[in-house]
Ligand binder design. Structure first.
Ligand code: ASP
Length: 343
């Protein structure tokens, strides 16, 4: 009998981790979770109690959407009191989006929610799935003075634990598929499992979990490129019901100084569309006003994305719009770090 056993709920959504080859279509497709559990008998050796729930029809994460995010949040909400931590198995392609979204949806989280997956299916001889899954569970079960050590939404992949809303998928080939260029790792798995406690979020554990399920998808991302025209900009701004737009700018938040762009940004403003400046670089920050090529954006009151990732920015927009943050406060609230997503 295990003493003081930690209990973890595994939530299986799909992804490569549980895929097999479908010979008819000659492609990888998700399979049933029970088979996944059979592939990892090691789970039985862990010093914690593990239960699991699975999507009825596991998905490739390219099919991820807001309804599935709500479903994951509901699974966590309805099981929150019964478990010490949650491990979400998810395809790597959109894992940073889902994990960022959940970081906003789960306000006052005081238990670990750890996303993981793999680049190779769990049945593959050279799979990275076992290490990712087993260590994610071990991290979710870490406790100090009867309290979980990690109390935020994280992403564990290839020996590193990151704050979820700081991550981006950077590689479709290497086992090290994710990076967090603007925030250090929260933990690292080597010979020892090292937790960098100074990097963990500080929470007020007395506050009750609040789950936000309204995410507004009337948002868009437009990546600048040399040669982009007013026509493209206008067609995006004219999309029905558009409420917020991320412009992925160059370097430290720079954009063309041409009149057409200024006119388009004024047009966006006249339509009440919130425009956020996020750099298309994977690391570093927007610094509006540093170059002349961003001064006009600053003057126009464009929202400063600072060093937020595009994944966190788009999901933060959906969250703020879903929560009816007023137009007056929108810029200030967006520019404030809510879950450690920017600094
Ligand atoms: N296409 C897969 C998915 O995101 C890739 C993976 O799991 O790594 O579901």
């Amino acid at each position: 009998m295990l003493k003081n056993t930690t209990s973890i709920l595994l939530i299986y959504t799909g992804g490569t981790i549980g895929m097999i080859k479908d010979y008819q279509s000659d492609s990888l497709v998700p399979f049933n979770f029970n088979k996944l559990e059979k592939q990892v008998p090691e789970l039985g050796q862990l010093d914690c109690k593990i239960d699991s729930v699975s999507f009825d029809n596991p998905i490739d994460s390219s099919n991820m959407n807001v309804a599935y995010w709500v479903k994951i949040s509901e699974l966590i909400e309805s099981n929150y009191q019964s478990y010490d931590g949650f491990v979400v198995l998810h395809g790597s392609d959109t894992m940073s989006y889902t994990a960022s979204a959940l970081s906003f949806m789960l306000e006052n989280l005081s238990k670990p929610v750890i996303f993981t997956g793999s680049q190779l299916p769990i049945g593959d001889l050279r799979t990275d799935a076992k290490e990712n899954l087993i260590t994610a569970i071990q991290i979710a079960s870490l406790r100090k003075k009867e309290v979980s050590v990690v109390r935020e939404v994280c992403l564990y992949f290839e020996y590193k634990l990151y704050r979820a809303n700081r991550t981006t998928k950077i590689n479709a080939e290497h086992f090290q598929a994710f990076s967090s260029l603007n925030y250090p790792a929260l933990a690292e798995s080597g010979v020892h499992l090292k937790v960098y406690e100074e990097n963990l979020i500080k929470i007020n554990a007395r506050k009750k979990l609040k789950v936000h399920k309204k995410m507004d998808s009337n948002v868009a991302i437009l990546k600048l490129f040399p040669g982009i025209t007013a026509k493209i900009f206008r067609s995006v701004l004219n999309a029905k019901n558009l409420k917020a737009l991320i412009i992925e700018t160059y370097g430290a938040g720079n954009a063309p100084t041409e009149n057409w762009l200024i006119s388009e940004l004024k047009y966006a403003k006249s339509k009440g569309i919130h425009v956020v400046n996020v750099t298309q670089c994977s690391g570093g920050s927007v610094i509006m006003g540093q170059y002349k090529t961003s001064q006009h954006l600053k003057k126009l009151g464009i929202i400063d994305g600072k060093n937020i990732t595009t994944e966190a920015a788009i999901t933060k927009l959906m969250y703020l719009l879903g929560n009816d943050v007023s137009s007056k406060l929108f810029k200030t609230v967006f520019e404030t770090s809510l879950r450690g997503e920017m600094n």
